[in-house]
Ligand binder design. Structure first.
Ligand code: AMP
Length: 417
């Protein structure tokens, strides 16, 4: 049975807490963005303040073996500073019995990178490229088998389990899902996970209307599940960025060399027809900023999106599109945003995306619930200094997308079951 962090009695207990400390590091191992660390602090501090101790576990990067480059020792000092207590470090997450045993109330221990072990993900490593199907199947079976002992070891360190790693909630890994089975009556979400789940419910289950989803980014294929799941739920769908051109072409527009997926044109037509049937408004960009060479300083011009000349490609929505979309956004009571509406990484093509960030801040000020889910959209609101001017900024790109696809996240299910 699931417990709640606010009512659970942590006195004298050891909590093993899965966090997402997969933070970006520079070449000198300095943390360049510590958002993920800071967002996990309320949970860790709550346990310590309630008379418990914490065993913190995370992955960092994608090591395929023990590799000092991906060691969590690089972040121990910063985590200590944020937590306000000196954090101890266990250099092997599978051999931390003594360190865990010695923990006293109010103390914290950080385990070394979980992904040093293949068992964390439960996927075989080091298979020869020409491995036969049988060999692959045997290796998969073996790692799944040894994953049980790996998980049991982690579980043995603690009295209760807290999952606060939304960034990996869409993965069924040892530390994000399987470990929960060892704590049938002592498992719970941390505050960050609770916040993310509430944000998802606020848009998928309890949206106030009108509800507008803004979906941008590069490819339709990577967001198809999101589009199909949201179509019957939302009132308005704004489609921008690379995604928009496949739809413009599906409607007979000329898109020049703009990014699109030819093979998805039938699917785009299907989505447009379904939207009509459902009464969902689809708003494409009426105007586009185009260039002939994919370069920040390339000469550019503004044209109607349906009339992009051959040899030119769209790199941002034009100001007319921003104006048109702004009206839709400001008339909404719920707004969900995922994906830039232009090549946001290049400053000259970021205007449209930054305008959406502004619109979300303004919609929030007018009382709308606004959720920014994932990657570049988060970077845009942060760059504008609007992270606290929208209702919620999600910490999990992939996890948020899967939630928006209507999928049950394994990390969430493991606690709820
Ligand atoms: P995603 O990860 O799917 O949200 O896609 C983000 C990427 O979409 C960013 O790297 C943007 O540069 C890219 N993108 C957005 N608009 C365009 C566009 N018009 N042409 C090419 N790439 C785009």
């Amino acid at each position: 049975m699931r417990q709640h962090i606010d009512s659970y009695n942590f006195t004298g207990k050891k909590a093993i807490v899965r966090v997402d400390f997969n933070v970006p590091l520079d070449e000198n191992f300095n943390i360049t963005d510590d958002t993920r660390i800071r967002r996990a602090m309320p949970t860790l501090k709550k346990v310590l303040a309630s008379g418990g101790s914490v065993i913190i576990m995370s992955h960092l990067g994608r090591p395929k073996k023990v590799d000092p480059k991906f060691s969590l020792k690089h972040i121990v000092k910063h985590v200590s500073d944020c937590l306000g207590v000196p954090v101890k470090f266990a250099p092997d997450c599978q051999k931390a019995d003594e360190e865990a045993k010695a923990l006293k109330p109010g103390e914290a221990l950080l385990l070394e990178n979980l992904r040093y072990y293949a068992e964390e993900e439960g996927k075989p490593r080091g298979l020869a490229e020409d491995a036969s199907e049988e060999e692959v199947a045997a290796a998969k079976k073996a790692v799944k088998e040894s994953q049980k002992a790996f998980t049991a070891k982690l579980a043995s360190y603690a009295d209760c389990y807290i999952n606060d790693a939304f960034g990996t909630a869409h993965r069924a890994h040892a530390s994000t899902a399987f470990i929960a089975k060892y704590f049938p009556n002592d498992k719970m979400f941390g505050y960050l996970m609770e916040g993310e789940i509430e944000a998802i419910d606020n848009v998928l289950k309890n949206a106030k209307r009108p509800f507008t989803a803004i979906i941008g980014g590069a490819k339709v294929s990577s967001k198809l599940g999101v589009l199909e799941n949201l179509l019957p739920i939302v009132d308005n769908m704004i489609l921008g960025g690379g995604i928009g051109y496949t739809f413009v072409k599906a409607q007979g527009g000329k898109i020049g060399e703009s990014l699109h997926e030819e093979e998805l044109i039938p699917k785009a037509k299907e989505i447009l027809a379904k939207a009509k049937e459902l009464g969902t408004n689809i708003y494409l960009a009426p105007q586009t900023l185009i260039v002939q060479t994919f370069d920040n300083d390339a000469p550019s011009k503004l044209v109607p999106t349906i009339e992009i000349p051959d040899d030119w490609e769209g790199v941002d929505c034009g100001p007319e599109s921003s104006k048109f979309w702004r009206e839709v956004i400001l008339n909404s009571k719920t707004v969900l945003w995922n994906g830039p509406v232009g090549v946001f990484e290049m400053p000259n093509f970021a205007r449209g995306t930054l305008a959406i960030a502004q619109d979300l801040a303004d919609a929030s000020a007018a009382g709308a619930y606004t959720l920014v889910g994932g990657g570049d959209s988060v970077a845009a609101v942060t760059q504008m200094g609007f992270a606290d001017k929208v209702s919620y900024v999600s910490t999990g790109g992939g996890a948020m997308l899967e939630a928006m696809e209507g999928k049950i996240l394994p990390g969430v299910a493991a606690i709820m079951e």
